[in-house]
Design a protein around this ligand. Structure first.
Ligand code: DHK
Length: 145
């Protein structure tokens, strides 16, 4: 039977401020635009998404735990937690689903501290620098694999 569970789209700290926050780095689209794009992309493949954003590490970890058995894949922009959080990395392996790490900006062309990710070693794929199209690409990937 075709996979029918939603794809979980997770956004970490400060991504609720998209559109306002450093538009020269993160663009002018809002988080609502990101969610609409993910929904539209998933719908093309007969799929749905569940979206969760939090500025709180523990809330994101709790949501990842709930994904186990409930969602088929995780598309995550961990924001600054990318570069700091062993706990987030440990949580992401628990649901045992494909993980796509998305960054709007090209983190490798930015400050040195953004070059290291705790998430990348456990991610199925990593996308950086495509702007919000990175989320659509990630959804395409997990919806069609
Ligand atoms: C978003 C953030 O909030 C930063 O902390 C990361 C990432 C980059 C992005 O490009 O989407 O370093």
């Amino acid at each position: 039977m075709a996979e029918q569970r939603p794809i979980l789209v997770l956004n970490g700290p400060n991504l609720n401020m998209l559109g306002t926050r450093q538009p020269e780095v993160y663009g002018s689209s809002t988080l609502d635009d990101v969610v609409a794009l993910c929904e539209k992309t998933a719908a093309k493949h007969g799929r749905t998404i569940a979206h969760f954003q939090s500025n709180h590490e523990g809330a994101i970890i709790d949501r990842i735990h709930r994904a186990r058995g409930q969602e088929s894949a995780i598309v995550i922009n961990p924001g600054g937690l990318t570069h700091t959080s062993v706990a987030l990395r440990d949580a992401l392996v628990i649901p045992e689903v494909p993980i796509v790490e998305v960054h709007i900006s090209n983190v490798h062309a930015r400050e040195e501290f953004r070059h290291h990710s705790f998430v990348s070693p456990i991610a199925t794929a990593v996308i950086a620098g495509l702007g919000i199209l990175g989320y659509a690409s990630a959804i395409e990937f997990v919806a069609t694999r």
